[in-house]
Design a protein around this ligand. Sequence first.
Ligand SMILES: Cc1ncc(COP(=O)(O)O)c(C=O)c1O
Length: 393
Amino acid sequence: MTVENSRLIVNIKSGTVDVEEANLTEFEYAAINCHVTNVADGHARQKQTRSQAAIIDDLPAVFRESERTPVDELEYRAHRAFFGMLGQTGYPAEHKDRIFACYASSVAMEILARALATEVSSLALVHPTFDNIPDILKGMHINLVPFEEELLHGGERSRVEDLVQSVGAVFITTPNNPTGRVLGEKRLRMLAEICAASDAVLCLDTSFRGFDPRAQYDHYSILENSGCRWAVVEDTGKLWPTLDLKVGWLVTSANLNLPVGKVYSDILLGVSPMILTLVRRFAEDGTAGGLVELQKFIAENREIVREGLRGLDGVTHEGDEVYGSVERVFMERRSSSDVWSELADSGVYVLPCHKFHWARPEEGDTSLRIALARDPENLALSVRRIREVLERG
Ligand SMILES: Cc1ncc(COP(=O)(O)O)c(C=O)c1O
């Protein structure tokens, strides 16, 4: 892989990609072979904790248990452990026809989008958010309307009602990527009521909720009680350094009345039983203290970034109320594409933020996203190089 200066990334897997045009995953491809200074993708790449490493050392037993246990029992144990760890006790645990285990949350998203497209022609999607969500929805020819975070979190009810009445579905990433904003309990209840009243499908992507205790109130009780039609994408993939062995779950309301099961069966039979057992074991470890330890680890890494960039003229970060595994850096006077290119030349890979702003990319033109789920030494090295580039102005 080579990287040319200015606007072109050359030969990311195949062909040539323009920095302005590449989607976020293409930027992540560029970073993936760069083990030390890849702070681009949001996957967990830190070292395992001692108790996580003990689970990996026990992989032969994990395999044997998975071989001899019925898959639906393994699925049940895995989602009980994972949803329980995250406070989601109201999920429909006993209804296996409403819980779909997928290889990844993107696959869950693809299935949901295909099912939505059989009925829904326009959808209000939180803005900004990770670009593969709008890309998958657009791939199903669903027309997207931005649901601005300000309106979502603090706008008047009547304005939210107006928006929801104009679409067939609403899609919210909470905690959001990259902003880290969380849909609070009251706002979720309000949104679910509004969706119920206008028969709009309420969809949530909660892939990042493990990092943020504010996103761990029981969403499912609220959704179930609201009577709205809903679907939730959950993800084990962002939390643990399991080399991308992960599960994306798609959970649906009883009244969703979309062909999710049919679309699922068009795409997959199920995820590996061994991964289900692995997820269960990591979730049990999370409940036994691993999740709190992870949150502390991310907070310390956030401080490495903030300390490392402190005092740079025109460079700022979010306030203290962010807990996600990514940190955004705002630059008053630099374009994120130019900074990305300079950093890539020096072997450091971050994400420029313009593509998160899927409706108005220019709003992300001066911010970068740095992944925090990395070893502190590697992160510190990346931050030193980022500082050098930003100091050069
Ligand atoms: C909010 C959100 N949902 C889903 C995904 C897709 O995850 P995966 O690549 O594991 O399918 C991402 C990727 O970063 C994401 O940020």
